[in-house]
Design a protein around this ligand. Structure first.
Ligand code: AKB
Length: 320
């Protein structure tokens, strides 16, 4: 049995991870942690416990951990890359201050902690193709700086205090349940909404901008499998490169056009997002995750596209 607190349970990952964890551990308490004003609704609210947990408030984290006998915390609270550039102080407060609060509660109460890092933890100077697991990480965005700090702080808590911290560096995550919002890779979600609505998609990134991406079912599996992995096999902890695919706007739009032949895309560049994307890898090497805990993605661009189009048509009530 596992008792899990998901901090940020109403976000893009949290909404789906909470439900997935409830399926995975039906006898445990899977607590949906939310901030005031963003209470879980529908199935997330109805299918298990929830608690107000603002990650900047250590007492709220401790209270939820105590009340529900939590042994594992999924810390998903973060501002995504573009939003973080607009609010750098808040990005640090949530990304680093919030992580510190989480790790301190974990140290005192004996919890394991998962805090996702990102392809945003890399920057100029990082090899851009087949980016290795252990390499230069000198990001210039506040998002990236919080992610590298998070990786290092999490490793420190494991070395120094024996807290069981593990995580992955997520690529852009593509999903149809809850929207991302404020990320550099969001275009790869928005493009599917435009395709099913019959709208011309305005792409904020220029052709040739390659980034790693992953479909949400694979991301959820990665988050669960790394926390279930045999610790004796783990050489690394924070954070593992994981990826499913790498594409640029031309490749994804051409793939969509195979299923929506009249789909149209125009370029309307967003200089901030373009600059961020230009500082991130083109493609990651996730050999260490494959070797240390048998990571293997199930979706590629084609199977993801088929499912995204199908699921979005159902969600938006759009006939083919
Ligand atoms: C973002 O674009 O900010 C995120 C990420 C890759 O970390 N989706």
């Amino acid at each position: 049995m596992k008792n899990v607190l998901v901090i940020g349970a109403t976000g893009q990952i949290g909404t789906e991870l909470t439900m997935r964890l409830r399926q995975e551990y039906p006898n445990g308490n899977i607590v949906a942690g939310y901030i005031k004003g963003a209470e879980p609704k529908g199935i997330v609210a109805e299918s298990g416990p929830m608690a107000e947990v603002d990650i900047t408030n250590a007492q709220q984290i401790a209270d939820a951990v105590e009340k529900y006998h939590v042994d594992t915390i999924y810390n998903l609270a973060a501002l995504l890359s573009a939003t973080a550039e607009a609010k750098p102080q808040l990005a640090w407060k949530i990304g680093v201050g919030g992580l510190y609060n989480t790790l301190e509660v974990a140290r005192e109460k004996g919890c394991a902690v998962f805090t996702p890092s990102s392809i945003g933890s890399f920057g100029k100077g990082t090899p851009r193709d087949h980016t290795p697991q252990d390499t230069i990480q000198r990001p210039e965005t506040i998002y990236g700086i919080t992610k590298v700090t998070g990786e290092m702080l999490s490793d420190y808590y494991t070395r120094r205090f024996g807290v069981d911290t593990r995580s992955v560096r997520f690529p852009g995550l593509i999903s149809y349940v809850a929207p991302p919002g404020g990320g550099t890779t969001d275009y790869a979600v928005d493009i599917y909404y435009s395709a099913v609505r019959g709208e011309t998609f305005k792409c904020p990134l220029k052709p040739g901008t390659f980034m790693d991406m992953m479909y949400m079912p694979d991301a959820l599996r990665a988050a669960i499998e790394i926390m279930e992995a045999n610790p004796d096999r783990l050489v690394h902890r924070n954070s593992f490169n994981v990826t499913s695919m790498s594409f640029d706007p031309e490749i994804i739009s051409n793939k969509i056009r195979e299923y929506v032949p009249d789909f149209k895309m125009e370029y309307e560049l967003d200089p901030l997002r373009q600059a961020i994307a230009d500082s991130w890898p083109n493609s990651l090497d996730d050999t260490c995750a494959r070797e240390e805990w048998d990571w293997k993605p199930q979706y590629d661009l084609d199977s993801m596209t088929v499912d995204m189009l199908k699921q979005l048509r159902i969600k938006l009530g759009i006939e083919k």
